[in-house]
Design a protein around this ligand. Structure first.
Ligand code: GTP
Ligand code: MG
Length: 282
């Protein structure tokens, strides 16, 4: 697969706007996708947020392998980070977020209290495209003020949403990737998660790579979901063909409808229908 390079102009602008907003921000809530917490870590964030207290959330954890999520939480905590696994669809972990924020900001809150100051904590919600930033803000605020959709690159500007009941002021930000993926596999995993627009990708190749990744640790999920038999000798494309035939994605003349099969495999993975699968390893 050709190198995935997806850093449209608006992302450079988004990064600049984030930088400009930082002086008025107390802390950062960094969202990582629980299905690939390493690959969804933007390496630019360390410099960008230099020194701001950061709460790390592993999002969409109902779609990820719970054993791996647990391991990632422990691994990240061992580096001194505050980490909470959440899922905005099931509500899992969401009620722990405000307590996590308050633990992280305890000193500042105590200083403010000593001076008789009562003001909201200003947190910037940041992460790669499609990781669930706007959904998180809507979940915490109980509103639909932030536009959230199942495609990458929806949020294009910073916007502030006040949640007086929680004493929070959250800034939604556009998802940003980085210039070039040094490790091509990172780009492939992010594409599998739906963080890179499908229309710039070869979806047949991507779905075969996804099949390969799933086979590494979750081969039984493919067998169960698609009712196919797997052999170690099968290439990933042969598995793809088995799935397509089983689902009847055949055009006249017996030719496999590769576009249809690819998009169904990717969609079902992204919706968690193939199983609770984590692509990175802790
Ligand atoms: N299953 C599940 N889906 C989620 C969760 N959070 C977000 N989603 C879905 O993920 C998709 C993207 O959510 P958004 O909130 O728009 O993501 P974003 O990070 O704001 O994306 P950009 O603005 O494009 O960077 C939507 O279809 C959400 O419904 C979650 O915790 N669990
Ligand atoms: Mg958004």
């Amino acid at each position: 697969m050709a190198d995935i390079v997806w850093y449209p102009g608006h992302m450079a602008k988004a990064k600049r706007l984030i930088k400009e907003a930082l002086p008025n921000i107390d802390m950062v809530i960094e969202l990582l996708d629980a299905r690939a917490p390493i690959s969804s870590t933007n390496p630019d964030f360390k410099n960008l947020f230099c020194g701001k207290p950061t709460l790390t959330l592993l999002t969409k954890c109902s779609l990820a392998d719970p054993v791996e999520t647990q391991k990632f939480q422990m691994r990240l905590r061992s580096t001194g980070r505050e980490v909470i696994a959440i899922d905005c669809k099931t509500g899992n972990g969401v009620k722990n977020i405000n307590a996590g924020i308050r633990t992280l900001m305890a000193e500042k809150l105590a200083r403010d209290a000593a001076r008789g100051i009562k003001r909201p904590i200003r947190a910037m919600v940041a992460g790669i495209t499609n990781v669930g930033k706007s959904t998180l803000i809507n979940t915490l605020s109980g509103t639909k003020k932030a536009v959230a959709q199942d495609r990458p690159g929806v949020t294009r500007h910073n916007s502030r949403i006040s949640i007086p009941s929680l004493g929070l002021e959250l800034t939604d930000t556009p998802g940003i990737l980085w210039h070039k993926f040094d490790d091509q596999l990172v780009g492939i995993k992010l594409a599998c998660l739906g963080s890179i627009k499908d229309d710039i990708l070869d979806t047949l190749e991507l779905s075969c790579r996804l099949i390969g990744l799933i086979r590494e640790n979750y081969a039984e999920c493919l067998v169960e979901r698609f009712k196919i038999e797997l052999s170690d000798e099968d290439t990933d494309f042969e598995v793809f063909e088995k799935i397509a035939r089983k689902r009847g994605f055949i055009r006249s003349g017996g030719v496999i409808d590769e576009d249809r099969a690819s998009s169904v495999i990717l969609d079902e993975f992204r919706a968690g229908k193939i199983g609770r699968i984590t692509l990175d390893r802790a």
